[in-house]
Design a protein around this ligand. Structure first.
Ligand SMILES: Nc1ncnc2c1ncn2[C@@H]1O[C@H](COP(=O)(O)OP(=O)(O)OP(=O)(O)O)[C@@H](O)[C@H]1O
Ligand SMILES: [Mg+2]
Length: 511
């Protein structure tokens, strides 16, 4: 008998429905056609064992399975359940004319239990679009899929539950998640809050400015000064994600199999890859393409701790995505794109030994070591970082202070108002939403200075020996400082503050 069942393949962050035709005929053999990879070819062994251990069997007949569209490469073991149900239906072990109304995905263990799959959310979105009645997938992935309304999503632990469902024996209920409730839940309770950071008022101010204008930032300070602690709290002061952003981010994490027991991710992600990470781990790719850290950080923060320790070629590959806010991975047969719009926070020690112009600590690095260390971060990547700030450790009495600092939710209110001003400013321009994204032309238009401010900037640039690249960045950051204040025009006070945030352009650093 010929039976059709349905699975799905994920490319980038979109799913495509895969039709699986199962035909059982006289003879003997197991033939799988339609560009399956090795993991799918091996499925017969897993399916045979899983069925046997649950009182069913792989018929000793000629089983032909065709996966369509044939030109699309199908990968991985997530079709085990699709094929198993198809085979049972085609061999009459399941009597139901409903199997083709559901999308069925899951990897089987030999005992029939199910292993998680990747891409539950995009697959559910596609299933809904194409009018499927429901979607069966492993229980571990059910929440991310269940946020799609209008589709019955069943999280199952064992192949038997699916068989019983189609045999009309089961009592399995679809998982229902109210997406709006899920989205607004805990929105005002960030995991890491700025109120826990003692002192460091000027650094917090810098983080507020960075968040308000979407400026990439680098924190320079000795070990233990709190760089990591502060960076981790940046997502908590960024404006709350919109429902659309939350969906985009959850989709990427779903594709990577990294959604952690929530339906919808409503907190901006914070990703902190280690400096030994490979280019593929950072930007994505691989033989089965997967999103990298820059995409997992989409709509959130990417923290590169100890920036100069990253391999130069790894930092190089980030240039394009930083500019385009998406990353394209090309293979001979296909090209996929992952979104990667994130804020970059980098940190570095002032020298390879950890200490530089700290009067209390010896600088044990030679000038040669210093130059080599710093040269790694100069150039293209540094060109995309608007704010440089030195972090000094808080004094002991501040650290032991009982009083909490201002909470992230309070800071976020100011950030959000400043963002609203920017949204209005760039309303007419596609792809530009905040000050950090301004081109030179827009900088000239929106950051026009009066004579006094211009003179101040000129003098400061000469005195501090600031490089030309600092000029545009100071203007952009000044614009954000003015927006935080609600000021229409960038004034000398704003400029004066922004000038302080160019540590690495000064003499003694990168020159
Ligand atoms: N301002 C602060 N308020 C409260 N705790 C702080 C502060 N600064 C540092 N700490 C404490 O010190 C610990 C070390 O800070 P953190 O790891 O952020 O430093 P770091 O600058 O990232 O150091 P490293 O260069 O070693 O990575 C934190 O976990 C925190 O407990
Ligand atoms: Mg650290």
């Amino acid at each position: 008998m010929l039976i059709k069942v349905y699975g799905s393949a994920v490319f980038g962050v979109e799913a495509t429905t895969i039709t699986v035709e199962v035909n059982i005929d006289k003879g003997i053999g197991y033939h799988l056609v339609g560009l399956p990879d090795n993991a799918i070819k091996e499925s017969s062994y897993r399916i045979a064992a899983a069925l046997k251990n649950n009182g069913y069997n792989l018929p000793v007949k000629k089983i032909t399975i065709n996966m369509a569209p044939a030109d699309l490469r199908k990968e991985g073991s997530a079709y085990d359940l699709t094929l198993a149900i198809g085979i049972l239906a085609a061999s009459g072990q399941i009597k139901s004319d409903e199997v083709d109304k559901y999308l069925i995905m899951g990897e089987l263990s030999l005992d029939g239990s199910l292993q998680p799959i990747k891409g539950g959310l995009p697959i559910a979105i596609k299933a809904k679009e194409e009018g499927f009645k429901g979607f069966f997938l492993p229980k571990q992935n059910v929440k991310e899929a269940a946020i799609v309304a209008g589709l019955d999503v069943y999280g199952v632990e064992n192949v038997l539950e699916v068989i019983d469902f189609f045999e009309g024996k089961g009592t399995i209920e679809p998982t229902v998640i109210n997406t709006r409730d899920e989205f607004y839940k805990t929105l005002d309770f960030p995991e890491f809050d700025f109120s826990e950071v003692r002192g460091q008022e000027s650094i917090k101010r810098c983080m507020e400015i960075a968040a308000a204008g979407g400026h990439n930032i680098i924190l320079i300070g000795p070990p233990g000064s709190g760089k990591t602690m502060i960076a981790k709290r940046l997502p908590s002061i960024l404006p709350p994600m919109t429902l659309k952003e939350a969906l985009e981010t959850t989709k990427i994490h779903s594709v990577a199999g990294k959604v952690k027991d929530v339906g919808l991710m409503n907190q901006r992600p914070f990703r902190s890859p280690h400096h030994t990470a490979s280019s593929v781990a950072l930007v994505g790719g691989g033989s089965y393409p997967q999103p990298g850290e820059i995409s997992l950080a989409h709509n959130g923060v990417l923290f590169l701790d100890e920036l100069p320790e990253f391999k130069r070629e790894v930092l190089e590959v980030m240039r394009q995505p930083l500019e385009d806010r998406e990353v394209t991975i090309s293979r001979a047969k296909f090209t996929i794109t992952y979104p990667s719009s994130f804020m970059l926070v980098a940190s570095m020690n002032p020298s390879p030994s950890g200490f530089f112009n700290d009067p209390d600590s010896p600088n044990t690095s030679s000038p040669h070591e210093m130059t080599r260390y710093l040269s790694k971060i100069s150039g293209p990547l540094l060109d995309r970082i608007d704010i440089h700030i030195e972090v000094t450790p808080v004094p002991f009495d501040k650290l032991t202070e009982k009083r909490n600092g201002e909470s992230s939710v309070e800071i976020r209110k100011r950030v959000t108002s400043a963002r609203e001003i920017q949204s209005k400013r760039f309303e007419e321009i596609d792809h530009i939403h905040y000050n950090a994204q301004m081109s030179s032309k827009q900088i000239r238009e929106h950051c026009a200075l009066d004579d006094a401010s211009l003179l101040l900037l000129k003098t400061a640039m000469e005195r501090l020996n600031l490089s030309a690249r600092a000029f545009d960045r100071i203007l952009k950051v000044s614009r954000t400082i003015a927006d935080l204040e609600g000021a229409d025009v960038v004034g000398s006070g704003h400029i004066a503050e922004a000038i302080q945030y160019r540590s690495l352009d000064r003499d003694g650093w990168l020159g």
